[in-house]
Design a binder for this molecule. Structure first.
Ligand SMILES: [Zn+2]
Length: 247
């Protein structure tokens, strides 16, 4: 996701609301079919064990910010899932490996931060496959998760992800941390508006597609999120520990 998602976040926002209200008018024409989305919506939204919250980060790895997230997560004793951009992995392969060495999961975001609706099915598959290969080569771990840029899923991208044995997961709560006005407090307030219990939290460990320095709001929010989850009796972890039902 990023600040440039305005107007194009229809499915992500719909999924985040999880009413199965298919108000995703912008995205529907490119989807494989309404029944597919309805049948798979809870898993695509990232709904898992009710006493658990999945913590996810998009757009890294970024040498300017990701190390600070690794440090903060270590201090909290949390493991998370990092949806990486292939271009960022190629720019900082050692850092991508460091994320995995620290015990975190890696997922596929895209090679370049381009909406899958702007790609043909063939182009979407090539982009997802290329990113998967780059992450696997650099980290030694085959990613199992996929989250398209802006949370926009196209039929071609969904099919490609399935063929590549990747599970597509969006989110149920976002911190809107990509905005220039975001602060740790607004991030937590925005997350509270979504679903935390059994849900998936979207944050960013890089500002490469958003307002410069905006990652600091997400970083500063982490201890506050920990307090919020503790108050709700929720534990935090990566998607792999989230018990999302198979789709
Ligand atoms: Zn993104």
């Amino acid at each position: 996701m990023s600040r440039r998602a305005t107007g194009a976040w229809a499915l992500g926002a719909t999924v985040a609301g999880v009413g199965v209200g298919l108000a995703a008018r912008h995205a529907l024409p490119a989807l494989t079919g309404v029944s597919f989305v309805r049948d798979h919506l809870p898993s695509i939204a990232g709904i898992g064990a009710p006493d658990h919250t999945a913590i996810t980060f998009d757009d890294g790895p970024d040498p300017a910010s990701t190390p600070a997230f690794l440090e903060a997560l270590d201090a909290l004793g949390w493991k998370a899932t990092f949806f990486m951009l292939g271009s960022m992995v190629d720019a900082s392969p050692g850092l991508a490996a460091e994320v995995v060495a620290a015990g975190h999961e890696v997922g596929v975001h895209a090679y370049e931060h381009t909406s899958m609706l702007r790609r043909s099915a063939r182009s979407a598959r090539a982009d997802i496959a290329r990113t998967t290969d780059r992450i696997a080569n650099v980290t030694g771990v085959e990613p199992v998760w996929f989250r398209p840029p802006y949370g926009i899923v196209s039929g071609g991208a969904l099919r490609a992800a399935r063929e590549l044995e990747l599970r597509t997961v969006l989110w149920t709560a976002w911190g809107r941390d990509w905005r220039p006005v975001a602060t740790p407090e607004t991030v937590v307030a925005d997350l509270r508006k979504g679903r935390l219990a059994g849900g998936t939290v979207l944050l960013h460990d890089s500002d490469c597609t958003s307002a410069p320095g905006s990652w600091r709001s997400a970083l500063g929010a982490l201890p506050l999120i920990a307090d919020e989850l503790a108050a709700q009796g929720l534990t935090a972890g990566p998607l792999g520990a989230h018990a999302i039902p198979a789709s």
